[in-house]
Design a protein around this ligand. Sequence first.
Ligand code: FE2
Length: 382
Amino acid sequence: MPLFALSVQTVFGEGSIVELGQRAKAAGLKHALVVTDAGVRAAGIIDTVLASLDEAEIAHTVYENVTPNPTLPEVDGGVTAMADSGADFVVAVGGGSPIDAAKGVAITAAMGGNAKDYVFGVGSNPFPNQMKPLFAIPTTCGTGSEISFAAVLTDPDTHYKHLMLNCTPNVAILDPNLVAKMPAPITAATGMDALTHAIEAYVNPGNTPFTRMFATRAIQQIFQHLRTAVNGPDRPTALKHMLYAADIAGQSMAAGLGQVHGLSHVVSGRLGTPHGVANAILLSQVLDYHKEFLAEPLAEIAPLMGINAYGMPAGQIGTAVVAAVRSLRSDINVPSKLSDVGMKESDVAQFVDDAQKSQAVFIAAPRQGTPEMLADIYRSAL
Ligand SMILES: [Fe+2]
């Protein structure tokens, strides 16, 4: 039977970053490997994190060699940095990329060998959460990686995005002050990623009443606050709502994701497209393709998007949901076509092949994806 567990200690509130050092000290930890990226470092956010560690007299080493679609060699570099520095725990600071890379470091450093030894379908991590202690501190409002059990890591030789499982962080610290200055395009893209998590989880055959609870609240929050978080007069308040929404959308991912992620991972792996942008483009197209099959769940979530479905013929509600997703995407200036991010008709066959080889776990939802189906969805988004 499906298992739903809330296993991450989550701290939420302005200024909560001060608890990082305190909690690490209370756990007897001595030296943090802080995994981040150059953008987070440049934004100055890392200084706040290091100050919390300094306050508690916890030593730290910063590893910032993480790119937007983190790779297995970048994880291996972090493992080496951890060994060289003598760090005994990992602190992830950033969007999904540093957090996913940090998950790979926490597992590989504990288990030995290379990151590739532990990706789904190649090797496996036989002991759930047999990993170095991991604190995750999101600086975007989208990925939900701070509470999820999986990481996505790219093999630069094959461009495949691999999953690494059983790497749930121990502690997540959600401090709205750390997202207050997030640039609008990142707010928009990561917010659409969170929306994709909640909708894919809601319509996934693996959903449960628990995952639906988190998904519905997340969808409602995102439609209520994402436009303001990107463009509005009171961005800080809206961003606080989005930080919460992204986290609970992440909780709903226990249901599983689907073809949006299966297809978008290939786009990001091949073209370097930001994860949230690729999802935003494909979300409307996957829903449009399956809207008759998904009539019942789409009718359930339509009111959460502000759709007045009262008296609307059942067959039109799915169309209205697709329109609401497109309208939100347009209002926050996210690209609407895969051709906008460099994909061509001649790429379709290769991308379908990649999707089927590397993402079988996603391609099965909301129903089994045939090569023809996946090609149709890609073409509809060009
Ligand atoms: Fe995602």
